[in-house]
Design a protein around this ligand. Structure first.
Ligand code: M6R
Length: 605
């Protein structure tokens, strides 16, 4: 949520700031802005809407200066308008902020009493005012330190000062901030992805740290104002590949990549010569795990729900899946014999990270399943399992979901084997089946055209339901989330057996309903639930691997997935649901990669 960039260089920085903001746009896109120091003055320019608008403004009215900060906003306090867009500047200081200042109302009143006035409705402007006030009596380090000390909540900050025209300040508490090292220039950015075109050498601020960037060096300080050193990481070249190629948008690219990304992920974990899953050194001996708790948000939470079914199926371990924003505040009894697994594409989701920190404080064993291996969650967890999906840019998570499920499935099988919950023969068979997933996904991807046809049924729908039982239920929930997030049509994912307990009342003539009915042990029961929907006028899209004609009667459309072992057909059921959401959104002219009101990396509560 919100993207920050800051650059100090020996050449003009505005073009590089715009370039980086375009990369950061997935974090927020309701307004954008830039500040540089030129001719001894702060030059602030901002606008509503996308970075393209800001670029046009700068084209008319160039922003010179060899240091500056930029921002893309996802509004929290105050409407997304030009005044509330960042940076927020006074005569002497300009600030960009990601996060939420929880005591901003109190601070605002305190500084209003001192005679300061505020231009915007944002929580950020109190930071500008406080820095301006402290600068009158403190040196730079004390000014930053005293300001940070007064802030409650979460933040990543980028700051420039009129009277320190050779430096940019960065600070972090709760929201991520990376530092990049260049030749005669240095950078701060909300993530390494934004900095990758400028450098592959990165450090990360930890909570409470701040840094001062000069063009030839970077100084780091901890929350006690002590100078500290930071480890420098070298980013792999592989992760630089993040353009759309020939695709219309990132989402279609990312959906179509899923056969390749699952193959890569499986290859990373499977032994080349034996049918063995190379996951060793878990923070608890698998034989001694008392319970597994899976914690995540949104799509990542759905992968946890999916994994709950697998863990129950293959192991003797008790398991629970939790929504991170609930888990972090509940009085959960944390147990040293339990394994706590945190799943997150970005590795920066504020609620998931806070839930992880709660576990760390209580010294229980944690494991992170992430896509971004340099992320806060990856750096904080005791043990990390990357999903190897490559950068996911579309706000709607697709290939990361499949990747999370692959890793969770691999982990489940490995734990099951280590505990002797499955026999060696069964384990080998399951691993062999798993190897077939990339090709089966490819086969399913090739059927995209069939879904294009049915998408028309959904565009004028008031609402829709996605139904599934057993392994298909978490996938129904994920399918519904994809549709609402992309096409703004109300959609509910429901356990098919629950329909008669209330939601059946919603079904009316012509309502599109998606039924996931693979030929598993629930098949007959799901078909009965589907008939109940059809009897009330529901127009059913059935997704199944069943080839018999008998179920066809009264079904509006049937999408056939390839036949496979029933514990892994969830991977295949997911694909048509992604396509469906995509094509409905396309027909409705929605912004596919940047759905309204959303952002890719949710770094606020
Ligand atoms: O980066 P994370 O996986 O932690 O993100 C969690 C959710 O915000 C994310 O999955 C969200 O629900 C997606 N936009 C859904 O497509």
């Amino acid at each position: 949520m919100c993207g920050i960039i800051g650059i100090v260089s020996n050449k003009s920085v505005s073009a590089s700031i715009i370039g980086a903001l375009k990369k950061l746009e997935y974090r927020g896109y309701d307004s954008a802005g830039i500040s540089t120091i030129s001719n001894g003055q702060i030059n602030e320019q901002k606008c509503t809407g996308r970075v393209d608008n800001l670029e046009k403004i700068l084209f008319q009215n160039p922003s010179n200066g060899d240091l500056g900060i930029g921002h893309v906003r996802w509004a929290t306090h105050g409407m997304p308008n030009q005044i509330n867009a960042h940076p927020h500047s006074s005569e002497v200081v300009s600030v960009v902020h990601n996060g939420i200042i929880e005591n901003s109302d109190k601070l605002r009143k305190e500084f209003e009493k001192k005679g300061y006035s505020f231009k915007s409705q944002t929580d950020t402007e109190v930071i500008t005012v406080m820095l301006t006030d402290f600068l009158k009596k403190e040196n730079l380090i004390n000014c930053i330190h005293k300001t940070l000390e007064k802030l409650e909540g979460s933040f990543a900050l980028g700051v420039i000062f009129k009277d320190f025209n050779n430096l940019v300040v960065g600070a972090r508490r709760g929201s991520p901030l990376a530092v990049g090292y260049g030749h005669n220039e240095n950078f701060i950015g909300s993530d390494s992805y934004a900095l990758k075109s400028m450098t592959n050498k990165i450090s990360y601020l930890d909570d409470g740290d701040f840094c001062i960037l000069y063009k030839e060096k970077v100084e780091f300080y901890n929350s006690d104002k002590q100078k500290i050193n930071k480890e420098i990481f070298e980013l792999s070249n592989e992760d630089n590949i993040a353009d759309k190629g020939d695709y219309k948008d990132f989402m279609s690219k990312e959906i179509n990549e899923q056969s390749a990304t699952t193959k890569k992920c499986i290859n990373e974990y499977l032994d080349k010569t034996r049918n063995e899953i190379n996951i060793y050194n878990l923070p608890i001996d698998p034989k001694k795990i008392n319970k597994i708790r899976l914690i995540a948000c949104g799509t990542a939470y759905h992968s946890c729900l999916m994994s709950k079914y697998w863990i129950e199926e293959f192991t003797s371990i008790d398991v629970e899946a939790d929504i991170a924003s609930e888990f972090r505040y509940r009085k959960v009894k944390l147990n040293p014999n339990d394994l706590y697994i945190f799943v997150s594409q970005s590795g920066e989701t504020a609620d998931t990270y806070a839930a992880l920190e709660k576990c760390k404080k209580n010294k229980v064993k944690t494991c992170g399943i992430v896509n971004v291996v340099e992320s806060s969650i990856a750096r904080s967890a005791d043990f990390v399992l990357p999903i190897h999906a490559g950068p996911e840019i579309g706000v709607a998570s697709t290939k990361a979901f499949i990747g999370q499920m692959i890793v969770l499935y691999l982990l489940t099988l490995k734990i099951a084997k280590e505990r002797n919950d499955v026999s060696v023969e069964e384990y080998t068979k399951l691993v062999l089946d798993l190897k077939k997933i990339p090709n089966l996904i490819e086969e399913t991807l090739n059927k995209q055209k069939n879904i294009q046809v049915i998408a028309r049924d959904f565009i004028n729908a008031k609402g829709t339901m996605y139904l599934g039982r057993g392994y298909s239920y978490p996938i129904a929930m994920e399918g519904a989330l994809k549709l609402k997030e992309l096409s703004y049509i109300h959609a509910e994912g429901y356990a098919a057996g629950e329909m008669k307990h209330g939601p059946l009342a919603l079904i009316e003539d012509g309502m599109p309903v998606v039924v996931l009915a693979p030929k598993d042990r629930f098949f007959e029961k799901t078909i009965s639930n589907m008939q109940e929907v059809i009897a009330r006028g529901g127009k059913v899209l059935m997704i199944t691997d069943d080839t018999s004609e008998t179920t066809n009667e009264n079904i509006r459309f049937k999408f056939q997935i390839p036949k496979t072992n029933s514990t892994i057909n969830s991977f295949l059921l997911t694909i048509p649901l992604q396509f469906l959401a995509y094509h409905v959104a396309l027909l409705k002219n929605c912004d596919i990669d940047k759905p309204r009101n959303l952002a890719k990396s949710v770094t606020v509560e």
